[in-house]
Design a protein around this ligand. Structure first.
Ligand code: NAD
Length: 371
C-alpha cells in the first residue's frame, strides 16, 4: 500500500505511527490540516482487523474533523488518533500515559479528546503527560465534561431550523424518528419532546428503549426498520453510512438531521437525497456542538453562555447552506464541502492559526489535580 496515493490521504500534513513496548500501545495520529489552527479531534479505541483498516479510519475521520472545525469557525484544524486495541479489555493507565507522551511529542500540532471507545477518565490519564488534551472532567468554574449533551443541543437546534426551512413550521406535533439513544440521542429526545415533537425511537439495546419509552412516552420501533419509519424527520444518532443506495429509496421523511458522523455512504448519496426531495443537514455541521464545547474547555472558558452562543450559530450556518443549495440546485452536502474546503484554502493562504492558536492554556496535569 502506498500511503501518499491512497484516496483517503487527501493532502494530509502528517501521519504518525506510535508504539510503546512496555504498555503495548499501538496508535496512529493523522493530522489532515493545521491551516486554521492546531489539529483537534478525538482519540478512538477500536479493534481493527488490520493496520491498513485503522489507517483508513484515521485518515477519513481526520479529514472530517478538518471540515467540521472549519465550519464551526473554532480556529482549529483537523486531526484524529486511533489506538488499535479492544477498549473493553486493554485499557491501562500505562497505555494512556504512553499515548499522552505520543501526543506531547507533536508539540501542540494535535489536540486530543475522548471519542468512541475512550472516556473523560481516560483523558485524565492522558492529561498527566500532555497539556494538548481536552474533554476532561468538568473542573470547578470551567466548561467541559461529556460533550454529548452539547452535541444534542446543536442537533436539536439544527432540526428546528430544518423543519422551519423545509416545512415552514415549528416542532409542535412533528414526528421525529431517532436512531440511537446514547450520549447524544437520549438528551436530544428530551429536548424534542419538550418542544412538542412526537418520537419514534430505536436502539440496539432494549433496556435503553424501554427507559426512554417510559420517560418520554415514545413509540418504540425495531432497530432494523427505524430508517424506513414514516415521520417528518429521521435523526440518525448511532452509526455512520446509514444513508446509502439501499436505505435512501426506503426513507419516508422530508428531512434527515442527526448526530452520527459520516452519514452518507458515498458522495452520490447526497445527490440521491436531493432527488428524493429530502432535506439533508450535513452531519459535520449539525453535530459540531461537542467539539465547540471541547474547544472552549481547552481555551479555559468559564461561562456556559459563550459555549451556547457558539452552538446557536449551528442553525444559522445550516440555514445558509439550505438556502445556497436551493438557489443553486445542488445537494446540501456539496455546498457544505465546498464551504469547508474554501475556508481551509483561505486559512492556508493567510498562514492560518487564528483563534485558539497552538499554545495550551494550562500545564500538563501530571499530578492528581483533576481528581
Ligand atoms: P453512544 O455510543 O453513546 O450511543 C450510540 C447508541 O446507538 C447506543 O445506545 C447504541 O446501543 C445504539 N446503536 C448502536 N447500533 C445501533 C443500531 N444498529 N440501531 C440502533 N441503535 C444502535 O454514541 P453517542 O455519543 O450518542 O454518538 C452517537 C453518534 O453521534 C455517533 O455516530 C458519534 O460518532 C456521533 N457524534 C457524537 C458526538 C458526541 O458528542 N458524543 C459528537 C459528534 C458526533
Amino acid at each position: 500500500m502506498d500511503l501518499f496515493t491512497l484516496p483517503d490521504f487527501d493532502g494530509h500534513e502528517q501521519v504518525v505511527f506510535g508504539h510503546d513496548t512496555a504498555s503495548g500501545l499501538c496508535a496512529l495520529i493523522a493530522i489532515h490540516s493545521t491551516a486554521l489552527g492546531p489539529a483537534a479531534g478525538g482519540c478512538r479505541m477500536w479493534t481493527y482487523r488490520s493496520t491498513d483498516e485503522a489507517l483508513t479510519d484515521a485518515l477519513r475521520l481526520s479529514r472530517g474533523m478538518s471540515y467540521k472545525n472549519a465550519m464551526a469557525e473554532l480556529g482549529l484544524g483537523g486531526g484524529k488518533a486511533v489506538i488499535l486495541a479492544d477498549a473493553r479489555r486493554r485499557k491501562t493507565p500505562e497505555l494512556f500515559a504512553a499515548f499522552g507522551r505520543l501526543v506531547d511529542s507533536l508539540g501542540g500540532r494535535y489536540i486530543t479528546a475522548e471519542d468512541v471507545g475512550t472516556t473523560t477518565a481516560d483523558m485524565e490519564q492522558v492529561a498527566r503527560q500532555t497539556a494538548f488534551v481536552s474533554g476532561l472532567k468538568r473542573a470547578a468554574g470551567h466548561v467541559g465534561g461529556d460533550p454529548g449533551p452539547k452535541t444534542a443541543l446543536g442537533v436539536f437546534l439544527g432540526i428546528q431550523a430544518a423543519v422551519r426551512f423545509q416545512l415552514d413550521r415549528d416542532l409542535e406535533g412533528v414526528t421525529v424518528a431517532v436512531q440511537g439513544l446514547g450520549g447524544v440521542g437520549r438528551p436530544l429526545c428530551r429536548m424534542l419532546v419538550d418542544a412538542g415533537a412526537r418520537l419514534k425511537i430505536a436502539d440496539a439495546r432494549s433496556d435503553v428503549t424501554a427507559q426512554v419509552r417510559e420517560e418520554l412516552r415514545a413509540v418504540v420501533v425495531p432497530a432494523d426498520t427505524i430508517a424506513a419509519e414514516e415521520a417528518e424527520v429521521f435523526a440518525p444518532c448511532a452509526l455512520g453510512a446509514v444513508l446509502n443506495e439501499w436505505s435512501i429509496p426506503r426513507l419516508r421523511v422530508r428531512i434527515v438531521a442527526g448526530a452520527a458522523n459520516n452519514q452518507l455512504a458515498r458522495e452520490a448519496d447526497g445527490h440521491a437525497l436531493r432527488a428524493a426531495g429530502i432535506l439533508y443537514a450535513p452531519d459535520y455541521v449539525i453535530n459540531a456542538g461537542g467539539i465547540i464545547n471541547v474547544a472552549h474547555e481547552y481555551r479555559g472558558v468559564t461561562g456556559e453562555a459563550e459555549v451556547r452562543a457558539d452552538i446557536e450559530k449551528i442553525p444559522v450556518r445550516l440555514t445558509e447552506i439550505f438556502e445556497r443549495a436551493a438557489n443553486e440546485g445542488v445537494p446540501t452536502s456539496v455546498v457544505a464541502d465546498r464551504m469547508a474546503r474554501e475556508r481551509l484554502r483561505r486559512g492556508g493562504a493567510t498562514g492560518g492559526r487564528q483563534g485558539i492558536g497552538v499554545a495550551p492554556t494550562r500545564e500538563p496535569v501530571r499530578a492528581a489535580a483533576h481528581e
